[in-house]
Each structure stands twice: as C-alpha cells, then as structure tokens.
Design a protein around this ligand. Structure first.
Ligand code: NAD
Length: 500
C-alpha cells in the first residue's frame, strides 16, 4: 500500500535538480551515485574526489588560510552573516535536498536548515568575542594574558543523518576563528553538501573573501585517509559511528594533530514515579521514533520506575501503533525511511538478538516495503550487550528500576555518553540525576534529542569527548598563546629565581 503512494524517483530527481540549481549547483555527472531512501533508488551521478583531488583541496585551503588568518575576525563574521542570509533565502531548497537524500520529514529537514541559520547568527556574534583572559602577574611591571589565534585547515568528516547542520556547526565557527575547511561529507548525502558549499562560495564571492575557504571532497572512507593523515590539517572534526572514531582518532594522534570527535550515542531517559506521564510520553516518542531513530541523540533506552512502567508503556505502545510511517512527502508522515538496506538489516538483527536475550517486542519492529520500518518498543529483562550497542534505527528498549541509584547505574552502564534525561517532578531527584549522569547532555523533563545551538554539543566516553556548536566550543578551532609582557625597566624572574 505504501509503494503505490510513494513520490516517484523521477519526481525526486526533478525536485533535487530544481533545488540544486536554485542553490547554484550546475549540471552534475560522475561515478558517485546520489540516492534517495524514499524510493531506495539512484538519482544521478556526482563527481567524486580521488586522493590527488583531496591533496589539492588541502593545499588550496592551506594557501587560503594564510590570507584568511589576517582578516580581522569581525570582517570574517561578515562572510558568515552573508552565508546565514543565503541559507535563509534557500531554506526550502536545502531542506528539500535533506528530505530527498536523508529521508527526513519536511518539518525536521527545515529544522536542520534552521539550525544552520542559527549557528551562523551565533558565529557572527562570536566574531567579536573571541576573547582571552588577563591574569595578574606575580612580577611588578608585568602583564600576563592569553590570546587566541587561527589554527589552520579544519578537516570536517560528517555523517549522513545531519548532512548539513554538522558542516555548518563546524564551518561557521571555523571561519570566524580564521580557519579554512575541507569537508568530506557522507557519501550518502553528496547533493546537500554540494548545495551548501555552493551557497558559501557565493557568499565568499559577494564579500570579496579569498578563494578556497571551503572545499567539498565527495569521497569514500579510504580516500579520506589523506585528510586524516595530512600534517597540513590542524584539526580533524569527525562525526559518525564509534567505529569511524576508533579508526580516525589514533591516526590523527600519531601525527600529533587535533581531533574533535562526535560519535555514537546510546541515550536513555529515566522516568521517575512522580513524572508527568503524558508529557514524558510525548517527549519519549519524539526522541525515540522521530527521524526514524537516526539521530545520534535518539532515545534508545527507557529506564522506568516499576510503579509507573505499565501505565507508561501502555501509553507509548498506543502512540506507536498510530505513528504514521511512510513517504516523508505524504501529509502527516512522522516516520520516514531508514537510510539504506544495511540500516534495515541492522534493525532486524538487533531485534532478533533482543528476543534471543529474553526481550519481548511490545509494538512495531516489522519491516514494511522499501526502506520503511515500524519503530519498535522492546521490554528487556536486563541490559544485555545488544542494549549497550547503538543500533541506528528506531528501537526503544525498556528496563525497570526500583531505586534511583539503580536507575543511574543502569543508565551509565553503556560505553557511550552523549545525551540523557530524567522525567520527574521531584527536584531532589532531578538534581541528583544532573550530577550522576555521565553524559555530555543531561536534560530534565524533555527528551534526549533536539538540542539548541547555544549550548556546547557532544558527549563523553566512546562518544569521543568533543564539543561543537555553542558556548565556548570555538576554542577547539583556535590555538591559545600565553603572553607575558614586561613594561618595566627591571628583569625580575618568576618564582624569585636569581641569575646573576
Ligand atoms: P559512519 O561512521 O558510517 O560515517 C560517518 C562519516 O565518516 C562518513 O563521511 C564516512 O564516510 C566517514 N568514515 C567512515 N569511516 C572512516 C574512516 N575510517 N576514516 C575516515 N572517514 C571515515 O556514520 P553514519 O552511518 O554516516 O552516521 C551515523 C553515526 O553517526 C551514528 O553512530 C551516530 O550516532 C553518529 N553521529 C554522531 C553525532 C554526534 O554529534 N555525536 C552526530 C551525527 C551522527
């Protein structure tokens, strides 16, 4: 029933072409196949970058850095301001491409582009606030301060599930910090990458900024090693699976480069007996089933107090049974497709393993036509290995607890440490959880997903420890110098050392 109502691949191709043209991308042809999970079919070929092309992109970015670093930060901000305006103008075009390539429903695709606009606003303000401290010197007639300087070329590796927002978090901040960017997007979302880059190129031309501030290299993981290993890439900001991070981080460390890692999450909510269950159910469903379970912050585990477990689970299974699954372009769809066949198979395998571990599938889990699946809720007798693993699909495992300490222990007993929440109306409990959760994001009475750009975003443990986006995440994109200035005519040494 679903397949007959799907937008056809021809129509997706036409829509993509219109959006690409509007963003300034010319005719495309090449060996990399752009696809849409909506129909699971190929759209058209895109040019790829081989190792030499990646080397050239790095060399050009390095040259551009030498000029860009000397441009005053607020002037650099003017470029990002123009980028934000162009993103606003082309919000619908980019969102269209996000829907076509990543399968997001239009509201979420528009939200992702809004996030790009928001980070541009933030970065523009930041361009006048890249501030260092001044500390009192122990020596008379001396001043001690720190200053922040542009770092160099930033290599951005991004995942399919936030095909444009992650690039913009990195790039808007990197640009105001005086850095240049070489971007390796996911092979699964090359069209959104080309469109975003074309808008930045246009902004740069209009602002008279140097060429090659940002390059897109559409390439596979193997060719991306050129970016990972290059001593000319000062920072590798990599977003993706824990497996990717485990491969990339040691290579960057081996050459004493900097790595900023945004890896997998296995996010949980604790639901306490005092929770507003209606509000909790809404927050849980958005976080667990939204984006078809393909956010790094997707809620994958529910740790619910025994006294409210049945009532909450009943509510959730009722909502899940009525979730509208299908073509993201169809009115009212809330759950679009998974990204590809491998994603669907991973979900089926995880469900089979959970059942083998004694889990009971309470709702969903079936595969429908194409790449569409029913979000699942599975009650587990214990937090087995499969529950401790991030499966990038909409599976919510339910565990129960009696004492908050037990819930916290279960919560923290996974390798990942990205996002967490507690639903409670008991302030003491909320405060205890804020301290006890080992994640980079800890929420109260909202779900685990849907962060704003104003805060620093990222997580601990195998999530990689990186922070991006707001707050002081910009510091990762700059280098710090400590300066001691002597304005006296004496030369006192620190710590009272004498040397005469
Ligand atoms: P993935 O790891 O398969 O790919 C991510 C990117 O890394 C792609 O561009 C890919 O080509 C590249 N890559 C993979 N192996 C590489 C290697 N050895 N060297 C260099 N590049 C390599 O992930 P995905 O399926 O695209 O995205 C889903 C994953 O990303 C999930 O685990 C999700 O949690 C994670 N993610 C994390 C965040 C975060 O901010 N923490 C945000 C979005 C997605």
């Amino acid at each position: 029933a679903i397949a007959s109502t799907l937008t056809t691949t021809d129509e997706l191709r036409n829509r993509a072409r219109v959006a690409l043209t509007a963003c300034g991308v010319g005719a495309l042809d090449g060996p990399v196949q752009a696809r849409s999970p909506i129909t699971g079919e190929a759209l058209f070929g895109v040019p790829g970058a081989d190792a030499d092309a990646v080397r050239t992109a790095i060399a050009n970015a390095k040259t551009a850095f030498e000029t860009w670093r000397t441009v005053p930060a607020p002037v650099r901000g003017a470029l990002v301001k123009r980028l934000g305006e162009l993103l606003t103008e082309h919000k619908a075009d980019l969102a269209e491409l996000v829907t076509i390539e990543a399968g997001k429903i239009p509201s979420e695709a528009l939200g992702e582009v809004q996030e790009m606009i928001d980070i541009c606003d933030f970065a523009v303000g930041l361009s006048r606030q890249l501030d260092g401290r001044t500390m009192p010197s122990e020596r008379p007639g001396h001043r001690l301060m720190e200053t922040w300087h542009p770092l160099g070329v930033v290599g951005v590796i991004s995942a399919f599930n936030f095909p444009v927002a992650v690039w913009s978090w990195n790039t808007a901040i990197a640009l105001v910090c005086g850095d240049t960017v070489v971007w390796k997007p996911s092979e699964l979302t090359s069209l959104t990458a080309l469109a975003s880059a074309a808008l930045l190129d246009r902004a740069a031309r209009e602002c008279g900024a140097p060429e090659h501030l940002n390059a897109v290299v559409v390439t596979d993981a193997e060719t991306a090693q050129v970016l990972v290993d290059s001593p000319d890439v000062a920072l590798v900001s990599a977003t993706g699976s824990e497996r990717m991070g485990a491969a990339v981080a040691p290579r960057v460390a081996a050459r004493f480069g900097r790595a900023l890692l945004e890896l997998g999450g296995n996010n949980a909510a604790v639901v306490a007996p005092s929770a507003d269950l209606e509000l909790a159910a809404r927050g849980i469903v958005f976080s667990a089933a939204g984006t078809a379970g393909q956010r790094c912050t997707t809620m994958r585990r529910l740790i619910v107090h025994e006294d409210v477990a049945d009532a909450l689970v009943e509510r959730l299974t009722g909502i899940y049974a009525s979730l509208r699954i299908g073509d993201p372009y169809a009115d009212d769809t809330l759950v679009g497709p998974l990204i590809n066949e491998a994603g669907v198979e991973a979900m089926q395998r995880a469900l089979a393993q959970a059942v083998e571990d004694g889990g009971e599938v309470l709702v969903g889990g079936a595969r429908r036509e194409g790449l569409y699946v029913e979000p699942a809720i599975v009650r587990m007798p214990a937090q087995t290995k499969i529950v401790q693993t991030e499966t990038f699909a909409p599976i919510l495992y339910v565990l129960t607890y009696r004492e908050l300490d037990e819930a916290v222990a279960l919560h923290n007993d996974v390798p990942q440490g990205l996002s967490s929440s507690i639903f409670t109306t008991d302030q003491r409990e909320a405060e205890r959880f804020l301290v006890a959760s080992d994640c980079g994001i800890v929420n109260v009475n909202i779900g685990t997903s849907g962060a704003e750009i104003g805060g620093a975003f990222g997580g601990e443990k195998t999530t990689g420890g990186g922070r991006e986006s707001g707050s002081d995440a910009w510091r990762a994109y700059m280098r710090r110098a400590t300066n001691t200035i002597n304005y006296s005519d004496e030369l006192p040494l620190a710590q009272g050392v004498t040397f005469t």
